[in-house]
Design a protein around this ligand. Sequence first.
Ligand SMILES: [Zn+2]
Length: 420
Amino acid sequence: MGRSTSDTWLGPTRHLCALPSVASAAMPFICGSDEHGAAITIRAKKEGISPQEIIDKYHALNKQTFEQLGISFDHYDRTSAPLHHETAQAFSLKLIEKGGELEERLSEQYFDEEYQQFLADRYIMGECPNCANPEAYGDQCEKCGATLSPMELKNPKSMLSGATPVLRETSHWYFRLDKHGDWLREWIKTGVLDGHQHHDPATWKKHVVGQCLSWLDDGEGLQPRSITRDLDWGIPVPMPGAEGKVLYVWFDAPIGYISSTKQWAADNGKNWEDYWKGDNVELIHFIGKDNIVFHCIVFPAMLKAHGDYALPVNVPANQFLNFEGRKFSKSKGWGIEQHEYLEEFANFPNKEDALRWALIRNLPENKDADFKWDEFVDFYDKDLADKLGNFINRVIVLTNNYFDGNVPMPFIGNRRIADF
Ligand SMILES: [Zn+2]
């Protein structure tokens, strides 16, 4: 299963996939839309419609785009589904029940007095302390790529009212990620989990392991992470005294892999637990490198803390696909989205195969790759039309000339395959 946000880029950038399987059963390939990001509420505000209308529009568009491109999942779900809300709430309550995994902490956060609400990181804009970009977000500067906290921005402004926000005290639940560093390091380095060989670390891509180890070992190591925030869009926090708060999207989104499997199993007469619990489960996430840390460190720590679920046996993350020499950027209008490609090439025969081949041919498996229109044309003309087209044409001509247009039965030695 995977997740797509409201953008479906040309490249394999934003789709997170998991492939839970057991040896004795078919392997479901599951993906879905991640619908609780703060960007959704900001876009809704800009377009003057509700967040629900935004997610309905993009979920339908993403699903349809995959279908049109011939990319098929066993199940394509969405995190606004009631079954997902229920599953994510039960997950957080189980962590409370276990004790020691979640703790409540008071902190100061920016508050918009005009709108009377706390501001999620993405709702705050200000000057980047690193590169002086005046339009850096509270969590990240898109110009220099620095990861930020809202407190680091100079001249912060609320994106709701445009006013300078004030600091107010609020309480949030934190996941004690800091307690999970030791076993994660052993698991990622050696594949050993709880004293057993869980997977072969040699099968993991080097850049995946490298990024995880530098995250675990650099600076202050793992820190507790807030799993809740003050926002009116998302899954209500089920803990007492948390009214008006929702689960942070980073926490609920990967639990979507579990809830989507539940839905797929219910629709297909399967037991979902066969795909998430026990020693025979093989969970594989197909993602881009910007999500390595979440799928190799944060989500496995959540699963281990919960205690009932299997951990991924591999996370074969791809690197980035760039576009004509630069990073895809929605805010800078650089790139093309999959549905735009389909519209742009509406009258072009086999446009789906042309794109799929160009992406496979140029897959950024171990280093960044670049999508260029010149190469796209070459891949189509030289690989598909010339090589593959000529091969097929020659086979048909020879079959017509020498075998009366019937495909002959192949031989091994002097015996026909059918005789074996
Ligand atoms: Zn910057």
